[in-house]
Design a protein around this ligand. Sequence first.
Ligand code: NCD
Length: 326
Amino acid sequence: MPTPSSSQHLPFGENKGADWYGKDIISVKQFKRDDLEYIFGVAHEMRGMVERIGTFDLLKGKILANLFYEPSTRTSSSFTAAMERLGGSVIPINEVKYSSVTKGESLPDTVRTLESYADVIVLRHPETGSAAIAAKAARKPVINAGDGTGEHPTQALLDTFTIMEEIGRLDTLNVTMLGDLKYGRTVHSLARLLSQFNNIKLNYVSPDILRMPKEVMDEVAEKKVPQAEFSSLEKVLPNTDVLYVTRVQKERFEDPADYEKVKGAYVIDPAIMKAAKKEMIVMHPLPRVGEISVDFDDDPRAAYFRQMEYGLYVRMALLAMVLGKA
Ligand code: NCD
């Protein structure tokens, strides 16, 4: 059974940390294999430090602005925890409705304001491309914490870290993505990021109206990664190493009737998982709204709660990197 400590260390790239000083994190397209190896190495060190001493002063005196225009539990609180465990502090702006945004302030102006007070900005916004717009306006690093249906790069980095820790490799994997592949930004980022590894096979299982966008499939195809689409899980589950389950993104449907048609299309439970391998993992970016039965939570293959913890270490690593301390 894979455990969170069963990882193999990958060799670090030299001076990789310095490459990321002052940089924005907008898309997974910015990350090559050696960047991932470096991030995973730093994330390991962060984990060791948290386990040994809890909080330490690597980013003492640094301030993060957490600017969230969309709801979030894990992403915002893990960035807050990451910053505070590194000795820094956080300006939280979750309730955009109480900020100047409701007075009509533009995103570039809000970002310019926050960078007067903070050293790094984490942004979640409902529009695809908003993180790039914010990054263009800002002199300080902007980290994309989800831009509409576009990308969620820090999630994909923590997802690949989870796979590495739990399975021990990122090459030679059969990965099945299940659920809302159209609106789910986490799978858009993860498919792109995995496509640079060797001998990867991507299976997409979704209702017809929620298929993986052509744009993402074309990019993955350019890397010569085999992709196949299915409407049922049956055929692909027995060969799957990583089953990545997603929530149907209710808030992004134009017609609520369409949501009603597809919600609850797939539910992972212990009976279904009898057909899966013993050595595989089930992931989910969370929140779940019924796609994985709670009866499955105690199965050793259920990696979604461990996945959240890996996220803390990866986000600590990313903050240290863009602030020049990794
Ligand atoms: C995801 C997101 O916001 O895209 N959540 C997260 O960051 N862990 C997935 C989702 O909301 O379904």
